[in-house]
Design a protein. Sequence first.
Lengths: 341, 328
Amino acid sequence: MTEINKDPLLSVRNLGVVYETSQGPVHAVTDVSFDVQENEVFGIAGESGCGKSTLIKALLRLLPDNGVATADRCDYRGSALMKMEGEAFRKEILWQEISMVPQSAMASFNPVYRVGDQVVESIQTHRKASRAEALERASELFDVVGLEPGLLKSYPHEFSGGMRQRAMIAMALSLDPGLIIMDEPTTGLDVLVQERILRRIREIRAELKSSIILITHDIAVIAEMSDRIAIMYGGEIMEQASTIELFENPHHPYTLGLKNAFPSITTMGTELISIPGSPPTLIGPVQSCPFAPRCPFDDAACHAANPAATEIAAGHVVRCVNYENSAQFRSLAKEKSTWLS
Amino acid sequence: MLDYIIRRFVYTLITIVAVATILFILFRMLPGEPTMQVISPAMDPAVQERMKKAFGLNEPIWKQYFIYMKNLITLEWGRSFVSAQEVTSILSYRFWNTILLMAAGMCMTLVLGIGMGIIMAWRRNGAVDLIGTVVGLIFQAAPPFITGLLLLMILSYNMGFFPTGGMYAPGNRPDGLFDLLTTADFWHRLVLPTLTVGMYYISTPMLIMRDSMLEVLGSDYIELARAKGLKSRVIMIRHAARNALLGVVTIAGIMIGFAVGGQVVVESLFSWPGMGQLMVESAAQHDYPVAQGTFLMLAILVISLNFLTDVLYSYLDPRIKITAKGLS
């Protein structure tokens, strides 16, 4: 664990994002720290509205005008992303170094241009390449993601959802970026297509040297794909560990709750338990653990202050005041009555 | 694509036939005999009868209709009751004058309006946005006969920058279109009527463009374009404006139709020898063949422009082809 912490590809410390709204400041992301290593899949999981998408928008500087991101550190291969001059960031980082597969591949292609031209556009924006060379590269990429190169001439509306997702992945690969951010890459696709896309992502990852940040609300997908996982709730990372560690030795009550809410093969037939309540609105300053109102194990300390992140083992970080009681939580969390009381 | 255009073309033809039919009925419903201008009630009834026969007016109505349609197609549009000139030859001269003025007005409206719309959306809630909206709406609220008169009063009568009207100096009628277009005087005289048309219509493409730009700018493909690291100018023009244009093209077709009607006012105001002025003159003089021809010509113009808009739209939006196939 100590050796992978050397020279991470992306290193983020204490990243926060605040949206100014008419109802006051919304703390969409608070105190988020993580590292992404070279050639690693880093999964970020959490419910809708937990700040996953805001987090990546902050990394790519795509926040709307009312959103402000701050961080103690946000380094990509040694360059401070937040301090870079806008034009340099656009030219050297965007797509060239960090590309993304957006949440809605359906709507992320411009409907009036051919898919091939949109791939060519992303290549020609950053590289001096003739149209023919760029098209050549685009057909290679289509081949990589398992699409007929002839489809480059098609318009987005002529593609199925799965095809658009593949084309989007092809476009994200076009400049061999160091990091690809995939925001819910398989949401809205049927299970078979989903499986095919995930397999393709795994193959690509084996061939290329890119790292991937995989964002999803689907625990099954993230468990299958990621090397390390961060669990987000209310704009904060609640627990972060390697995939095996997180599933075998979970500490945070929210992680336990999430695990309960998804079916697994070994516990087939047992009833799924959901976490009652709904995510916090995040309006105003954070003064307690954001999960405390829904947590079955909350006590006075949880409501008094927002707990700090604690590294309980190498690479395993938990944000819970009562992390020492996790063994007890783990056994209690299996009972439905624990969550209903 | 071709399939779609052909079908649109057939619809266009059907619409023109329908308009011609309505015109036929309308002119026969007008109070008084349409022939009163030519056949004086003071004439001997036998002569009246003979003249009616010469005009084919004693035939049953359905037969008159077929003769009328046949004449329309063979371009036998009759002669003016007033000048005895062929209607088609009067129209062919007037038609181009109207087209020139309209083209100038619409070019100004669309180019400036779309450009302004892009800037207003780009700098939304800024000074340009606010001023553009207010000024555009004031211009739209002021009828062209008021703005036109004001322009004439200030720029022409008081300051003397422009002539008060007409397309050329009296006695200086150019021979043919080329001669006209190469005369500086013509362009000079074109300025005020163009401004009048432009001011009245500019708010439509401007505000539509602004709104559809704002809508497009919120879409996922714009966010992806930003993530791709495209220059903001490229995003604005190639992605946002290009897609927002679709909304403007739809409106432009309708707007140009209105503008053809508005042409009547502008041409009368600036003594522009176009079809709008001709329509007013011929109606005032009960010159029915000319009035009928002018109405029909203007209708054909509007319908053809709508056809062109549809074709342009299908070129701008590749999705339309599929829809067209799906509908047929």
